[in-house]
Design a binder for this molecule. Structure first.
Ligand SMILES: NC(=O)c1ccc[n+]([C@@H]2O[C@H](COP(=O)([O-])OP(=O)(O)OC[C@H]3O[C@@H](n4cnc5c(N)ncnc54)[C@H](O)[C@@H]3O)[C@@H](O)[C@H]2O)c1
Ligand SMILES: O=C(O)CC[C@@H](O)C(=O)O
Length: 525
């Protein structure tokens, strides 16, 4: 497995990849999508911070890429929709830099209150710039936090610690979290009108872009301050200069910008009421060590066991749950491939997990079966995009959990339904379990047992003596060994057989057996 690490990923995480046997390629930020696309050739996992933009174009041809890992929180630099459509998992490590980002926001708060950057610049320029740098005290001032998630709530706690009055706006906060928090919630309008300082801690999305528009800045108190250490594009930068010039806002501190790096000639750089830092929120050695190692653990485990943590486009699966579903995974893939051989172009798939299902997380199993079923025909389908692809291709997937295991500890029933070219609806049913490995135990209600991972011939024949011998002779003549011959009476004068063989048959050999008297159908799966 190979990882491409861009943007300066901390060595400790890279060492974990090396220890797990991965090959590592380290790169400076790759800004050109065509260059990134070329660099992704043969890469299984891409690691980025905020500099490398992972666009749809960049990952379009990345055949081997399985995971994009963001060593940090915001995934706005990654086209997650494009990654999902290509079946690529996107992971982040937001817990690793919460403290660093919160502390940086607090440092900007103090810098604004006490003019630290201006004082420092004046001193370095040979002045004694005391006059004009009178600040204000933070204790007793009102801090309005927009976004009370990991970073926002940490900022709130620290600001309360220095005696500030804190309130927040976060319409998406789960009610339980809102109820137990010590930070009162306000509407955005009320918060803007109430706060002496407003600090942003929300992701950049379609809905939050330019959230702090000129109109919103004008809702803030005259003489108030604004801090954006979350994401560029949340604040209208042109409007900010206008309200600062007019004196409506007294100052602002920005760590993040609509375009990064900020252009050398940006008018923001020269503004006397602005404090600027170059996206330093996560730049502590502790945070970089943490995000890199958290991400490495998540990606290594995902590749090795299927455990899913910190993934924005797959449901989580704990290591314990992954251990439980792990043995079922080869069976699911095999059943997906078998289902589509039985009914080509299916329109409906019904999966029932019966028997003991309490500890079984069925979501990854269903995704795996659907991925195998759809991936057989075309395109790159993985558990990440399986359900999306199913919907796009007109395949309805229904999952039922529970029901009688029919004597098995766990029994999996797969019904696959589709129409042939003549409009005839076909329904086939497979029942399978794990018993000394993957086992199909019934096919269309007939008890025949076989290993769906092996080379298998599925046969329908007239239920009369001599059939086994006839087929055995023909296979022997074809130089093929029979490993197992499972036969079951279908009750309609016909029998079903699953013949496990040691190597696949060629088309001509299949045609010869099919033509034998009494053989009604023969299919190699
Ligand atoms: N400057 C940096 O280096 C740096 C470092 C880390 C994170 N960040 C930024 O900080 C953001 C927040 O990180 P986090 O770990 O706290 O994320 P989080 O998901 O824990 O919290 C985000 C909060 O914002 C809320 N929210 C979403 N949309 C909102 C809206 N329109 N109005 C109000 N609240 C809204 C959510 O409900 C959530 O509670 C990240 O998305 C990232 O962009 C920046
Ligand atoms: O990697 C960085 O320096 C910034 C990361 C930060 O913006 C994040 O979203 O986690």
């Amino acid at each position: 497995m190979k990882v491409l690490a861009c943007d300066g990923i901390h060595e400790d995480g890279l060492a974990m990849f090396r220890d797990a046997g991965w090959t590592i390629e380290i790169s400076d930020p790759i800004k050109d999508p065509a260059k990134l696309s070329a660099a992704l050739e043969g890469v299984d996992a891409l690691l980025v911070r905020s500099a490398t933009q992972v666009t749809a174009e960049a990952i379009e041809g990345a055949k081997q890429l399985k995971v994009i890992g963001r060593a940090g929180a915001g995934v706005d630099t990654i086209d997650v929709d494009a990654a999902t459509a290509r079946g690529i998992a996107v992971m982040n490590a937001p817990d690793g830099n919460t403290l660093a980002a919160a502390e940086h926001a607090i440092s900007l708060l103090f810098s604004l209150a006490r003019h630290v950057p201006k004082a420092d610049a004046g001193m370095k320029a040979g002045q004694w710039p005391k006059a004009g740098l009178t600040g204000f005290e933070l204790e007793g001032k009102k801090l309005g936090v927009i976004g009370l998630g990991r970073i926002g709530s940490t900022v709130a706690r620290k600001a309360q610690g220095i005696g500030m009055e804190v309130a927040a706006f976060d319409p998406f906060l789960p009610p339980a979290a809102a109820a137990k928090g010590s930070v009162p919630l306000k509407t955005l309008d009320d918060l803007l009108a109430w706060a002496d300082i407003v600090t942003l801690h929300i992701p950049r999305t379609k809905d939050t872009t330019n959230l702090i528009s000129e109109a919103r800045m004008r809702q803030m108190k005259k003489g108030a301050y604004l801090i954006n250490a979350a994401r560029g594009g949340l604040v209208d930068e042109d409007a900010l200069r206008v309200v600062l010039d007019e004196g409506h806002l007294a100052g602002a501190a920005l760590d993040t910008f609509a375009t990064e790096p900020l252009q050398a000639d940006s008018p923001l750089r020269a503004h006397p009421k602005l404090i600027l830092t170059p996206h330093l929120g996560a730049s502590t050695s502790e945070a970089q060590q943490a995000v890199s190692t958290i991400l490495a653990r998540q990606i290594i485990d995902f590749a090795a066991t299927g455990a899913v943590a910190g993934c924005v486009n797959l449901p989580p699966l704990t290591a314990e749950a992954a251990r439980e579903v792990g043995p079922w995974m080869p069976l699911m893939s095999a059943l997906g491939r078998l289902a589509v051989r039985l009914v080509q172009a299916p329109t409906r798939l019904e999966i029932t997990y019966a028997g003991r299902t309490d500890a079984l997380d069925t979501r990854p199993l269903t995704r795996l079966l659907v991925a195998a079923l759809l991936g057989t025909s075309s395109g790159r389908v993985t558990p990440v995009n399986a359900l999306q692809e199913a919907a796009a291709r007109g395949l309805t997937v229904a999952e039922t959990v529970g029901g009688d295991g029919d004597g098995f500890d766990r029994l999996l029933k797969v019904r696959v339904i589709g129409e042939n070219a003549a409009g005839v609806v076909r329904t086939r049913e497979i029942e399978a379990t794990l018993h000394r490995g993957p086992r199909v135990v019934r096919l269309d209600g007939v008890e025949i047992e076989f290993d769906p991972l092996a080379h298998v011939l599925l046969m329908r024949n007239e239920d009369r003596p001599g059939m086994i011998g006839r087929v055995g002779t023909l296979l022997g003549e074809a130089g093929v060994n029979i490993i197992n011959f499972a036969l079951g009476a279908a009750g309609d004068g016909q029998a079903r057989a699953a013949i496990t063989i040691d190597k696949p048959l060629g088309d001509a050999q299949i045609a010869t057996i099919k033509a034998a008297p009494g053989i009604l159908s023969l299919q190699q799966v």
